[in-house]
Design a protein. Structure first.
Length: 187
């Protein structure tokens, strides 16, 4: 069992890994307790709403990370191609080059998906909007930028699922390489 954690952020990070690897439905309270080093009663102290509250707070924690690590750099100064490389590098690290599942997908596929619909929609919309802005900053028309952004998110998420199904995480890395070549290409 891990040592007890000192911060809520560390607890949320460990819960996120547990939900990503075991899925929301597959993560038992015993799994969540073991991952955090907290007893079940301590987990309920932090999360009186139980597993659903844990997942909701993990989603909010992920949203803050998405904002800080992906969206702010996309909106910040710099050349669009440099921002794209940074985006793809960040995604590759977050998904461990395709070996780590996506929390959003795991929650979308859970029996509790309706509970998470609003934060899931917000996370996907934010990512799509950020990529659209990146495309527009490269001189791509608004309509084409929106299409490419949606397609990019579909490719990223789909490559994680297909790669997991095939046992081939390189599916994800090939997708990122394709996006690096094509996302900002001029028609």
């Amino acid at each position: 069992m891990p040592t007890p954690l000192s911060s809520k952020a560390e607890i949320l990070d460990r819960l996120m890994v547990t939900f990503r690897t075991g899925g929301y439905d597959g993560a038992s309270l015993a799994d969540l307790s073991a991952a955090t080093g907290l007893g079940k009663s301590s987990l309920y102290h932090y999360f009186p709403g139980g597993k659903s509250q844990m997942a909701t707070e993990v989603l909010a924690h992920l949203g803050a990370s998405l904002e800080r690590e992906i969206l702010q750099p996309l909106r910040g100064p710099g050349a669009p191609k440099t921002k794209l490389v940074t985006l793809l590098r960040t995604l590759s690290a977050f998904y461990d080059s395709g070996r780590m599942p996506c929390l959003l997908e795991r929650l979308c596929a859970s029996v509790e998906a309706p509970t998470f619909r609003t934060p899931l929609r917000h996370a996907f919309t934010s990512l799509i909007d950020g990529i659209q802005q990146l495309c527009e900053s490269a001189g791509i028309s608004r309509i084409t930028a929106k299409e490419r952004a949606l397609d990019a998110v579909i490719r990223i998420e789909g490559s994680l699922i297909v790669g997991a199904g095939l046992g081939d995480p390189a599916t994800f890395t090939r997708t990122l390489a394709h996006l690096r070549r094509s996302l900002l290409a001029r028609d």
